[in-house]
Write a protein that binds this ligand. Structure first.
Ligand code: GLV
Ligand code: MN
Ligand code: MN
Ligand code: MN
Length: 397
């Protein structure tokens, strides 16, 4: 077993199995188990452990003589429901191992090196993607965060308090202590054909909640012409999003839906669908959303229903630091691919505030946010080496 497979297996049973995928939602028992593991790893490796007000966990390597702002690496430990093993945890496991490798090589950084594990990156429980990093950077209102609810109606404040975290402490954290942020992540499509690449940019993207309201009624007795069925407007919206995304060269997905009362023999009174849309430029994304909004409203009028579309979280165009991309390519080899991604990351949020870059590890299946997500052990080991090389480059001078 390699150092990678050893450490990887420590968490591979937490919150699921490779076959059925992982359910590691923020502030739930599996995520708590991962938090406990993170703290134990940090302490075992003589790293300073702390948890900030946004429940981001930090493990700091602060060797004698290291001063000034830190080089931070990290990712997240939460998952989408029935997601893959690698999205998030790979960046955390690789960070611990990269520090181990640097120590074994006798490298002494002149700056602290810190590992960050952000909370609720997927937004799978409370709807807002990258919530921990948004709160840290002051780009999400703590009051609004505390009031977010999950599918069971539990508020975020209640979920945090359930683990003895104080929701009153949510909010911005000074970023002056961060010299650079490097997030290593599994690549989430089939874009990478060598073990490791460098991220260039993230497509603008967002999540919109679409609330369709009509009139609940009996499935057997209500004449077809008398119905005000929000399911029809919802179905139209799903098809229109797919069609328009194709014509705009964009991506649109409705992967979550809630129906009230959700009975086979009742016309629903309410349907809520969550739209995830992404495009290469903000202009393309705005155009897609505006066009869809008009079409869906027109259809709602025809169906006798109403629709409201509300943005839950959005991220504009993200370009990682040119200077850091150049330094990564210099360290990793001139042939290292530099590639964009359609996936969102805490790195995308942080890039608006501190020099940021990402490293991607090849994904042989091209599947992500699903149990089929994979990365080969050898590629993950190459990822650890690459991360160690980049951290040495950034933290040693
Ligand atoms: C996060 O992984 C996202 O892109 O939704
Ligand atoms: Mn261990
Ligand atoms: Mn993800
Ligand atoms: Mn991720």
């Amino acid at each position: 077993m390699s150092a990678f497979t050893d450490l990887w297996h420590e968490i591979s049973d937490i919150g699921g199995t490779a076959k059925d995928g992982y359910v590691r939602l923020a502030w739930t028992p599996p995520e708590w188990e991962l938090r406990t593991w993170f703290e134990a790893e940090a302490r075992y490796r003589d790293l300073e452990f702390e948890v900030d007000g946004n429940t981001t966990m930090w493990a700091t390597w602060n060797p004698a003589g290291a001063t000034g702002p830190a080089v931070v690496t990290g990712s997240h430990l939460d998952s989408v429901p029935h997601g893959g093993a690698y999205d998030g945890p790979l960046g955390i496991v690789s960070a611990f191992l990269a520090i181990e490798l640097l120590r074994a090589r006798g490298v002494t950084p002149v700056r602290p090196v810190r590992i960050a594990a952000f909370a609720e990156e997927e937004g799978s429980r409370f709807g807002v993607a990258c919530l921990g990093s948004r709160l840290m950077t002051g780009t999400f209102d703590p009051e609004r965060a505390r009031a977010l609810t999950d599918a069971a109606g539990v508020t975020l404040a209640e979920a945090m308090a359930g683990y003895d975290f104080d929701p009153a402490r949510l909010g911005p954290v000074p970023l002056t202590g961060i010299a650079a942020f490097v997030e290593l992540h599994v690549e989430q499509g089939r874009a990478l054909t060598v073990p490791v690449g460098v991220g260039s940019s993230i497509w603008p993207h967002g999540r919109w909640r679409m609330d369709f309201t009509g009139e609940g009624n009996h499935a057997g007795t209500t004449l077809m012409g008398d119905r005000r069925d929000p399911m029809l407007t919802y179905a139209f919206a799903v098809l229109a999003a797919n069609k328009d995304a194709r014509t705009h060269g964009a991506h649109a997905t409705v992967g979550r839906v809630a129906v009230h009362p959700n009975a086979t023999n009742a016309i629903p009174s309410r349907v809520t669908g969550w739209l995830d849309a992404r495009a290469a430029t903000t202009a393309m994304l705005d155009e897609l959303l505006a066009g869809l909004g008009t079409k869906i409203a027109t259809r709602a009028a025809k169906d006798g229903t109403t629709v409201t579309i509300t943005a839950e979280s959005t991220t504009g165009e993200v370009g990682f630091s040119d200077r850091l991309i150049d330094r990564c390519v210099t360290v990793l080899g001139e042939k290292t691919p530099v590639l964009p991604t359609g996936a969102g990351h805490d790195a995308g949020v942080l890039s608006g505030f501190v020099p940021t870059v990402m490293l991607f590890v090849r994904n042989p299946t091209g599947v992500s946010h699903a149990p089929g997500e994979r990365a080969d052990d050898e590629d993950c080991e190459a990822g650890v080496e690459a991360l160690a090389d980049v951290l040495a480059e950034l933290a040693c001078r």
